[in-house]
Structure formats: C-alpha cells, structure tokens
Design a protein. Sequence first.
Length: 500
Amino acid sequence: MTRTVHHWIGGKTVEGTSGIYGPVTDPATGAVTTRVAFASAEEVDAAVTTARDAFATWGLSSLSTRTAVLFRYRALLDGHRDEIAALITAEHGKVHSDALGEVARGLEIVELACGITTQLRGELSTQVSGGVDVSSIRQPVGVVAGITPFNFPAMVPMWMFPLAIACGNTFVLKPSEKDPSAAVLLAELAAAAGLPDGVLNVVHGDRTAVEALLTHPDVAAVSFVGSTPIARHIHATASAHGKRVQALGGAKNHMLVLPDADVDAAADAAVSAAYGSAGERCMAISAVVAVGAIGDDLVARIKDRAERITIGPGTDPASEMGPLITAAHRDKVAAYVTGAAAQGAEVVLDGTGLTVEGHEDGHWIGISLLDRVATDSDAYRDEIFGPVLCVLRVDTYEEGVALMNASPYGNGTAIFTRDGGAARRFQLEIQAGMVGVNVPIPVPVGYHSFGGWKDSLFGDHHIYGTDGVRFYTRGKVITTRWPDPADAPSGVDLGFPRNH
C-alpha cells in the first residue's frame, strides 16, 4: 500500500481530513511511492491556532530554555544526517552526497540559532535627560508561516524555522507537496529534542493551504522561497493582509569570465555550478558571459567536462547528477533546449534524449550546453531550473556588466579573473545581492544573510543571518524615569539622605 504523509500539528501526527491527496514520485523510476494529504483552509486554521496558543508561553520563555532545546536539536540532526538525506534522494532525486551537503548547510542555521542569546541583545542609553534612560529591545512577532520549495526540502525550512523559534516565535511550515517527508522528519526530531507542542507545525497542500496562511489573521509574518511570479503574489497578498514578508524569488545567475582568468578553474566552476543538483537551484550558474577571445577555449573545456558527468539514480554512489523532480518539469526543460537552435543558439550538447538503463521511466535529462545565445531568446530570458548552461559572448568587461545588469533578476553572480582591480570594480558595479570572486555559487555562510536584488527578492529583509533575526523580531524602545530615592514619600525611609 502507498505510504501517506500526514500533517504535524501540536507535536503529533494529524491525519488529513480534506480527502484530497497529492502524489509523491521517485524521480529515478517515475513510480508513485507516497501520497501526501492536502490541507483544507480549516486544517490550516487548526495549525495556526495551535501555534498561536503555543506562542503564549514560548514567546515568554527564557533564552536559555530555547537554546537548550536547539542544542539538543542540533545533536539529533547531526545523528540523523543520512536518514534525512535518504528521504531527499527518494523524493527529490538528487544524489546522496548532494543531499548530505544540503543537510549540512541547514545545520549552519541551527548553529546560528543556538547562539541567539548574543543576537537578541538590546541597547541602553543612560541619562539622556535628568533621571531618564532609554533602552531598545527586540521581541518575537508571533506566529510565522514558512512556504518552501521542492529543490531543497530540508535546507530551506532550516533556513527559516530554527531562527524564528529561537527568537521566540512559533512556526507553521508548508513544505513542497512534491517532496514533503524530510520536513516531517525535521519536526519529529524537534519534538524529540524537547520543543514544546505547537511551536513547530507542518501542514501540506497546494494553493488552498498557501492562501489560507497568507490571509490568516493570526499569522504575523511569512517567509517564502520559490519562483519569482509566486514570490510576487506572496508578497502582495500577505502584505495586503498586514503581514511582514520576505519572499525570495527566481534567478538567472551570470558568471563573467575575463580573458585573464584561469580557464580550467572557470570551466570546472561553470560545470559544477550549472549542472550540480541537476540545475534545480536558485543559485545555479545558468549563463556564462565570456569576454573576448577566451570564449572558444572556455566552451571547449566546459563541453569536455560536461560529457564526463555520470547521470543516474541518486542512490548509486557512482552518480554525479540525478533526475529532475517530475516528468512535466523534465519536458519543460527539454523544450528550451529543442527550441534554442531556432532562436539562434549553437547547441553544443543536447541532453534531451537521455535514458538510464534499468530506470527508463525516470525523469531523466542529460547535460545541455548552448553557445552564442541571444539575450532575447527564451533560453536566456527564463529561469529554466534544469541542467542547461547558456554561453553569451561579449567583447569587453563593460559590455558584459551592462548585459548582466540588464537582467530583471539579481540573485547571485560571479566573476573569474586574476585581476584584483577588475574584481573590485565588478563587486561594486554589478546589480546583485550575492557576488562571488572566483567562487561560482556565492551562498553566504549562516552568519551572513542570503538574498538577491530586483525580481529575486520581494520585501526588505534577506533570509537568515542578521536580516533573519531582524525579520523574526520587532524593535521596541522604552523610555524610563524613576524618582530619586531621596524623594520618597513622607514616612518611607529607604536609608538615603534627604537633600531638601
């Protein structure tokens, strides 16, 4: 019988009552292995109400109480790395080593949350006026909702809820319905670490569940990671309902390669950044901008490396790239490749005909490399979210930067060069939120914040790091005056000399 993934509300498994279920597929075989219960608006309301009730005590809990739970949680996550990674591979399809890397990056934010005591320190100014002090403190916002994508089913939730609950909030997570099991395991481990019932809840579903969270009067803030059209809708809808929002959208990340770059290093970086995790990540390099005569050599070396990538099931240790999440997504990615030549591109590698022996029904697609891509072509303009790398040619550094800055996206970008002056100019002139210098995927470590510019971010705060703490708390300023003890009422002796 097909396994069913249910909701996690109030510290226990809660069976879905809507009667609506979604299929969860093994991308390597195409077989439906699991079904996931979709929440109705009433079930979402039950989860939010549970979180609201838990906030009444968790929001007032001591910092030492919260961090004690988080330290135990970090230890449990560390001990269950392989189990979490196996669930990711089974439902997302990425290779096991990649899944382990995802868990490790999520753990960084749990570790940041363990140190929340220093992040929540306030400020004090004394004697701003006679006998008057002013202090600033930060307090939790209340119930926070997190809506997370399929491509990182463990890491992105861990970018959100550990920091939110460390700040004293309670959390309702709506993970992707395509690979929901990892999120449930994260919640179960949090309960095992001693997190009180109702502080972390998980509801599954589709747009019905999302809209219920965005409009619920008891949800104070919404964190989202996903595509730009949905991020824009999340931001508009939740903001219209009085909520603070951080909505991270899509990307078209560029890598500028200057003529003085180490060509082998640039080719290695382009291949790993474009085709790692089958290109299903918002920080993938999907466009290489080659400056001057380096282009031909660079494309040849990328092609040579790409052809040697081993594609197969994520459970096979020999596999370096797995399948795409669904057959529909595979077909969408393939359409960009098959249509590229008609729009002027040179198809150096076409991966659309790939099959894997013994797994013929899996969601397979091979490596595709498109050269001399035009900026008005679909393959360049759209976020493909698959193993397709576009190469564009320019004559100068200035032309390359202008091309990149003209993109509506501004998530991550990189430059490959040996020239420090060129790199310094680039990091100041490029319009993107995250910049790599000879680093192709500049995802910040946990104590710096992650987020882009332009159509890659809707809202004022990036995710995790200092911005994350600011997003999950509200500032309050307190002005205090106490009378001098020498002025105590008549008959009350506090032991202070009378001055008048």
